[in-house]
Design a protein around this ligand. Structure first.
Ligand code: ADP
Length: 535
């Protein structure tokens, strides 16, 4: 700190910026960064695999989430360390690109950091470590391609797809119901998939949940389900061959702007205004009827009077439908969203074979089902469950399953799971290290050791002795030249993952290795950390 004076002689204090900052350099910086990365990875390690533990997270406003999904755990964790945030980003990227393998990618990155620390302590320059890792990741990437298998399925033979989705779901809380959920996910994806172009638009799959009932009641609806009901209890609950007007304009007379004033000082004036209003409603209803609409779906609300009139004129209506849902309804029914009554025309109406209101149990909960739509390529998965937490977790698990099915349609190569692909890559990378004479060989070997982290964690989480199990499986892979040997987490009796039907998509696994290597390289290259001091 220093005292100085400005041109008018007034004193002021100069605080030197650097004094307020803490700074870590060189090996200290790398060690601190590694430690933060590893801390995040350690949290997720116990959640990996079919026997992984779940985490319970409480948000600041008291909402509780119980989950096993890596991306969700990290998303909800309040981290303010920059490196920890990178790990959160890492898991998010995997979720965004692939949708599955979010825990595995963080465990992998943690293991790479752990190995890197040992190398740095031995005096190997971080750049050499980063380069070694890069080479090793490419070897592993190519090796995965080599051990991958093509996986045949067709629209009539969906069983292989169902099996893969079941692998994903088996490590989730909902695994008791995995077969049915996997079937739902696959059917949903196939309903919206374009098999010629190998493309799937997941936006066309709406996942809706409602508390109540059992998980077994979860169903796939070829159409749209909206958490709304008819605006008047006496409106019909079932409309066949519906012609739907989808409106974003309010069903009400225009309101005077604040700068205008309407003076009503006599009963007659009030009557006139009322009649005017009624006439206005009447015209709107008439307009809908004229174009042939048999159902109105409206983004806005309408008051009791309008509601009554709609019921009276026999025009069923639904109010307060959200923008996203409105869009989906428009896509599904082939209709157009109409922003002004004047623009209504018969060709803008959406068409659905059946619109029905369904009520649930003894509660007054009602949902609107829009089925047999003109464009049948929009579906809804409707989840039931005992409580909100269960429904939310089911939604997340289904998201993973949907992504897996989509990935397989895009690229139908698979590798086997249970850590078998990692072990096989580890052996391949280890062998390749011998061919590299430079310092990088140490980093390449360390990469091979890091690849063992996934099978080790899987064994540990299943209550098996990790090192013994891993060495036995590795020896078996070498002896039998069988890259499908993995960790028998569920104690099935065989560790051949092909027999156990435990697959993962090739692109998912490759992406895990690429992303984990990228982030670790980035962390290794940081040798100076400047941060504001605590004081
Ligand atoms: P992620 O979020 O990374 O997908 P999971 O908790 O879903 O993490 O665990 C996935 C790991 O569990 C993968 O390595 C997968 O191969 C493995 N796995 C899943 N089911 C089985 C099983 N039945 N036996 C052995 N390993 C399994």
């Amino acid at each position: 700190m220093a005292l100085a004076f400005d041109e008018f002689g007034r004193p002021f204090i100069i605080i030197r910026e650097q004094e307020k900052k803490t700074r870590l350099r060189g090996l200290d910086a790398q060690k601190a960064n590694n430690a933060s990365g590893k801390a995040v990875s350690r949290i997720l390690r116990t959640s990996l695999g079919p026997k992984g533990m779940d985490k319970m997270l409480q948000s600041p406003d008291g909402d509780v989430t119980i989950t096993n999904d890596g991306a969700t755990i990290l998303e909800q964790m309040d981290v303010d360390n920059q490196i920890a945030k990178l790990m959160v980003e890492l898991s998010r990227s995997q979720d965004y690109e692939i949708g599955d393998g979010t825990t595995g990618v963080v465990v992998m990155a943690g293991a790479l950091l752990e190995q890197a620390e040992k190398l740095l302590e031995r005096g190997i320059h971080p750049i050499r470590v980063a380069e070694g890792y890069e080479m090793a990741s490419r070897i592993a990437f190519d090796h995965l391609e080599r051990i991958s298998q093509k996986f045949e399925f067709s629209a009539d033979n969906i069983e292989p797809l169902v099996q893969t989705c079941m692998t994903t779901l088996s490590s989730k809380i909902v695994n008791r119901f995995k077969r049915a959920l996997a079937e739902i996910a696959v059917k949903a994806v196939l309903a919206v998939a374009d098999l010629e172009r190998k493309d799937v638009n997941l936006d066309l799959i709406k996942v809706e949940g409602k508390v109540g009932g059992k998980l077994e009641d979860t169903e796939l609806i070829y159409g749209i389900v909206v958490d709304k009901d008819m605006s008047h209890p006496q409106m019909p609950k079932r409309i066949e061959d519906a012609k739907i007007a989808i409106l974003t304009c309010p069903f009400e007379p225009p309101k005077p702007k604040t700068k205008h004033k309407v003076d009503i000082d006599t009963v007659e004036k009030f009557q006139t205004l009322r009649e005017q209003e009624q006439k206005y409603f009447d015209e709107m209803v008439q307009k809908c009827k004229d174009v042939g609409a048999t159902l109105v779906i409206c983004q806005w609300g309408f008051d009791d009077e309008a509601n009554h009139l709609l019921m009276h004129r026999n025009l069923p209506a639904v109010r307060w439908v959200g923008g996203v849902e409105l869009e989906l309804i428009a896509i599904a029914t082939g209709g157009r969203i109409v922003p002004r009554f004047q623009e209504l025309s018969p060709e803008k109406l959406g068409k659905a074979g059946l619109v029905r209101e369904k009520s649930f149990g003894t509660t007054k909960d009602r949902m609107l089902y829009i089925e047999q739509c003109a464009n049948s390529r929009a579906v809804t998965i409707f989840i039931r469950g005992g409580n909100k937490m269960m429904i939310e977790e089911t939604k997340r698990s289904l998201h993973d399953a949907l992504c897996v099915a989509r990935n397989l349609i895009r690229n139908n190569s698979i590798v086997y799971g249970g850590g078998s692909a990692e072990i096989s890559c580890s052996i391949a990378v280890e062998t390749a290290a011998d061919r590299h004479p430079g310092v990088e060989q140490y980093a390449i070997r360390s990469f091979a050791d890091a690849l063992d982290a996934v099978p080790l964690a899987l064994a540990e989480n299943s209550g098996l002795p990790p090192i013994d199990t891993l060495t036995a499986v590795k020896a078996q892979q070498v002896k039998e030249s069988n890259p499908h040997c993995g960790i028998d987490c569920n104690d099935v009796g065989t560790n051949d993952m092909k027999e156990q039907n435990v697959f993962e998509t090739l692109i998912g696994k490759q992406q895990q290795i690429l992303l984990a290597t990228q982030v670790v390289k980035m962390i290794l290259k940081i040798d100076d950390v400047i941060s504001p001091s605590e004081y």
